[in-house]
Structure formats: C-alpha cells, structure tokens
Design a binder for this molecule. Structure first.
Ligand code: AMP
Ligand code: MG
Length: 344
C-alpha cells in the first residue's frame, strides 16, 4: 500500500535502497519516449522474455496519438474542435469515448463546486502564454458567463428504429468552448496502462507530462526479498531541474499541476494556465498540487481542481475521496498533506 508506506515516512530509507537497486538492474528496464499532447510521454517496462516490448511501445504511442487527434483543441478536425464550433441548443452526436471523458469532467465539476470546469476554455482561449497576452478586464467579463459547466448537456439515447445507441452533447449558451487539458493526459496514461495490463505486464510506468501511473514495483531486492518501489520526483516549483520531494510508490497514479508549466510574468503577477472559473484569471495561493490515487484520469482532474480550490478547500476535498491523497506546496513554500499522508 503506497500511502501507508508514505505515511510511516520510510521515504529516505526507501529512496536510498531503490537508488542502489535501480543502478544494479537498470540494464533490464526498457524505456520509450515520445512527444504527444504538447508534452513528453514516457513508457518504461521490465523487458521480460514473454513481453513483446517493441510492439507494446508502438501500441501505446499510437493510442496516445489517437487520443490527441480526438481531444486536442489545436487540431481543427478533432472531435473536440468540432464540438467547440457548436452553436447554442444544437445537439451533436459524439463518440462514446468523448461522452465518457466529458461525463467524468462534469462529475469533477460537481464535486469541486465548479473549480474544475472544462468550459474554462471559453475565457482560456483569450490567453496566449507564449506571446504573453491576456484579455482586458472588459473582454474577460464579457466572456465569463460562457464558463459554466451546467450549460453542458450530455445525453445517451437508444434509437429504437435503428436499434443503435447515440451519445450527444449540447450547450445551452452561445459561444462555449471546452478544453480537456486538465483530464485528457491522465486518461491517455490510463489507456497506456490498460494496454500493458492486457499484455500481462506486471511492472511498468507510463507518464505524460505531470501525469504518471505505475503497475507493480521496480523489482525485488534479491537479498531481502523486499519490494523496491518506484521513486517519483515532484518538480521543484521554482528551480527548474530540481525536485521538491521524492516519493516511493508502487501500483498507483500520481499527477502534479504547477504554475510553472505555462506562464508569463506581468509586473508582480504570474499569469499561468490554471484558471479559476469564477474569475477567469490564474488561480492563486498554490504553486504545486499533487494527487496520488488509483486512476491517472482522476489524479489529473483532481490535481487541477485542488490547485484552483486552494490549500484548505483542496485538502478538505481530497480527505473526502477514498483512496486519494494530496501534497500541496503553497506560495510560501510550505508543504501541506491530506490526512492519509500527514506525518504523525
Ligand atoms: P494540469 O496539466 O493537469 O495541471 O492542468 C492544467 C490544464 O488544465 C491547463 O493547461 C488547461 O488546459 C486546463 N485547465 C485550466 N484551468 C482549468 C479548470 N479550472 N478546470 C479544468 N481544466 C482547467
Ligand atoms: Mg491535472
């Protein structure tokens, strides 16, 4: 149980053993990296004789690229882009996959009281972090009503005559835009893990940017027979190549959302990519939010959610979700833990 291991703060110990061991066995771990969904993805697996690693690497890369082609707002012909051209009160048939991901996103909107809202994009598109552009107050206020997850309606209908199931989406406001940047990478990581599990892989890691999921452990210590955990670093929010924390983990997912990923500085203000839906502006108070739990898609959406909610509400939310924990670094550099991880 990774959480339990963390809870007892055997962290340094485990890290040390793991580092020693990983240098020892490294030759048998294979890694495949590629760029997808605007980030670097990585697949690592134990090259066992029964595992066709090359085929698996290809299958995962292909699947992640397929998900990008469906869910990217930057690809004009993606399903998401088609949805974003939909006028008010017009229904559009969507894939069951899109339906499932949007439905999950709406679930996270409900439990976070709108802190997680994929319609943030209705104002999100007004920002260009590379060009250091942000909307004027007036333009922002004009667009803000379009940020409203309650105006997204999904329906699942059974067409009696054709005997086929249809999944549809409809917006009750004009000009709404959706963006799945806070959930799709986690979904893609989960799909990668499913491919590995179906192939019988028992030890592996899949990551895409700040979203990681692990199957099994990094191996076993031959002498003691003890399981060696993976050691996953949480980036230091202000020192580029440094890590703020290192966590020994097995069989779990972990996502980190940070204000250092896409941003520019405007005077004293850091304008970054995680938007508080109620204001249409960058969320303040937290610099890094990490969520640990079973599914990568959940961790992904929850890390973005916690970032928007702030330390107190974020921790409170995570404490109500069984099997999930959070580590937050606030803007004073203080580290906060949810109940399952709190040092005793
Ligand atoms: P993450 O990469 O998980 O840290 O999430 C950040 C990404 O989520 C951003 O780049 C946006 O695409 C998206 N996003 C930003 N703000 C929100 C929000 N309030 N709700 C849902 N998604 C968001
Ligand atoms: Mg996230």
């Amino acid at each position: 149980m990774p959480i339990a291991r963390l809870k007892h703060w055997a962290v340094l110990n485990a890290c040390f053993i793991s580092l020693l061991f990983s240098t020892f066995v490294q030759a048998e771990w294979l890694k495949h990296e590629f760029d997808v969904m605007g980030t670097r993805a990585s697949v690592e697996l134990w090259a066992d004789a029964k595992v066709q690693n090359k085929k698996l690497f290809e299958a995962i890369e292909k699947e992640m690229r397929r998900i990008e082609s469906v869910m990217s707002p930057y690809i004009e012909i993606s399903e998401l882009s088609n949805m974003n051209r939909l006028g008010a009160n017009k229904s559009m048939v969507i894939s069951v996959e899109m339906y499932t991901v949007v439905q999950k996103a709406l679930y996270f909107s409900e439990i976070t009281d709108g802190a997680f809202d994929i319609s943030f994009a209705s104002v999100g598109f007004l920002y260009d972090y590379r060009k250091q552009q942000q909307p004027s107050e007036q333009v922002l206020q004009e667009s803000l009503p379009k940020v409203d997850y309650k105006s997204i309606q999904l329906a699942h209908v059974l067409e009696q005559e054709e005997s086929v199931e249809k999944y549809t989406i409809q917006f009750s406001r004009e000009g709404m835009s959706l963006d799945l940047g806070g959930i799709a990478k986690g979904y893609a990581v989960d799909r990668g893990i499913e491919i590995l599990k179906e192939a019988g892989v028992e030890s592996a890691l899949v990551s895409a940017g700040g979203d990681t999921r692990i199957i099994g452990s990094r191996g076993k210590d031959k002498a003691s027979g003890q399981t060696i955990p993976w050691v996953i670093g949480i980036k230091h929010p202000r020192e580029k190549e440094a890590q703020a924390l290192r966590l020994p983990l097995t069989d779990t997912a972990l996502s980190t959302s940070g204000d250092y990923e896409r941003f520019f500085i405007d005077g004293k203000n850091r304008v970054h990519h995680i938007i508080r839906p109620s204001t249409g502006k960058s969320a303040k108070g937290i610099v890094s939010a990490t969520v640990i739990g079973e599914k990568s898609m959940h961790c992904d959406a929850l890390s973005t959610s916690v970032f928007v909610l702030g330390v107190e509400d974020g921790i409170q939310l995570i404490n109500t979700i069984e099997g999930y924990d959070a580590i937050i670094i606030d803007n004073n550099g203080k580290v906060h833990y949810s109940l399952g991880l709190a040092p005793q």
